[in-house]
Design a protein around this ligand. Structure first.
Ligand code: SF4
Length: 333
């Protein structure tokens, strides 16, 4: 199978002068395989299927399409309105940059961008398309959204042994990094739960995925799925559980690898985002997003729709843990 990513630091290209100071592994998008594609096709690289999509058609998952030679995300990205009033929401599609967006500018405290329809790539080799800055009282906030391809991200390991591996929730480590935890024994077998939201998904949010995981464990980051509160399991990775009935309709997708695609949002203060190595150059104001759309247009949605938030859900755009700079944010729900 043709590789769809490559790393800068391949063994053949290591410079002896700098080999002892390894830098970060940088994933780059591979060159398009145009030699294998008809001229009217484009390649979708949002998952390893790498569909070659003819003009006017969609790929195998019906999530991406070729629109006049441009790869687009078919579904609109979903925003939530901080109102349980249906009159404040609209299921109508609004194109990014449409004149109606201007009316909403200045109402940034009342809108939350979700990962539903946001688009993503697997692996992530660039910042997530929506990294949105906003104000909550006097606190600068950032919300990073993406669609996680979840079959790659977590799995259970069954170990047929009578040996005691550790108590439930004990950490499982690989080369020192926590990668999972001991979970409930099943039918006499010891079970390990490994992974969660994967390194690829996290790479769209930060240059240092381990720091994002740590910040979530320290409750500096509020994790939501389609605006619904997520329960973050103890142990390694970002393993979340969410009540899907509290998420917007049509929040999930599938790709034929097979995998389920689910929205996930990380909300935190700007300071916390900076400290965990976030993609600060890709942070844009909510007003800018409403006016211009996502950060990059390849595979991006062209429109948005706004739904009233589920009244059972707390407003998701708030940090988790009070501290000197975050107490303001906790006053307002
Ligand atoms: S299955 Fe969907 S996401 Fe995967 S390459 Fe095809 S169109 Fe893209």
């Amino acid at each position: 199978m043709t590789e769809h990513t490559k790393v800068d630091f391949g063994a053949d290209s290591v410079d002896g002068e700098i080999a002892s100071t390894p830098g970060p592994t940088v994933l780059e998008k591979a060159a398009p395989r145009n030699d294998r594609m008809a001229s009217n096709k484009i390649e979708c690289n949002a998952c390893p299927v790498l569909c070659q999509i003819s003009e006017g058609r969609t790929g195998a998952c019906d999530r991406y399409a070729n629109a006049s030679g441009r790869l687009i995300r078919v579904d609109p990205v979903v925003f939530l309105s901080n109102s349980s009033s249906r009159s404040d929401s609209t299921d109508a599609l609004v194109d990014f940059g449409a004149s109606s967006a201007a009316k909403e500018q200045g109402s940034q405290e009342a809108l939350f961008v979700t990962g539903v329809g946001a688009s993503s790539t697997y692996p992530d080799y660039r910042p997530a398309p929506f990294i949105v800055a906003s104000k909550l009282d006097d606190v600068d906030m950032v919300t990073v959204v993406t669609e996680g391809i979840f079959s790659y991200c977590s799995f259970k390991v069954k170990i047929d042994t009578d040996r005691f591996l550790g108590p439930e929730q004990a950490n499982v480590r690989c080369h020192g990094e926590i990668v999972g935890h001991v979970t409930t024994a099943e039918y006499g077998s010891q079970m390990l739960s490994l992974g969660g939201a994967g390194g690829s998904l996290r790479a769209g949010a930060t240059e240092n995925p381990v720091l994002l995981t740590r910040a979530i464990k320290q409750k500096l980051v509020n994790v939501t799925c389609g605006g619904a509160p997520a329960y973050v399991w103890p142990g390694g990775g970002i393993t979340v559980m969410v009540d899907v009935s509290r998420m917007p309709d049509r929040s999930f997708g599938t790709v034929p690898t097979p995998a389920i695609v689910a929205p996930i949002e990380f909300t935190m203060t700007y300071d916390a985002y900076r400290d965990l190595g976030g993609h600060l150059d890709a942070v844009r104001s909510l007003d800018n997003v409403l006016a211009s759309g996502p950060e990059h247009m390849e595979g991006a949605p062209l429109a948005r729709r706004t739904l009233a938030r589920n009244p059972d859900n707390p407003w998701p755009r708030r940090p988790c843990r009070p501290c000197s700079t975050r107490r303001h944010a906790h006053r307002k729900r």
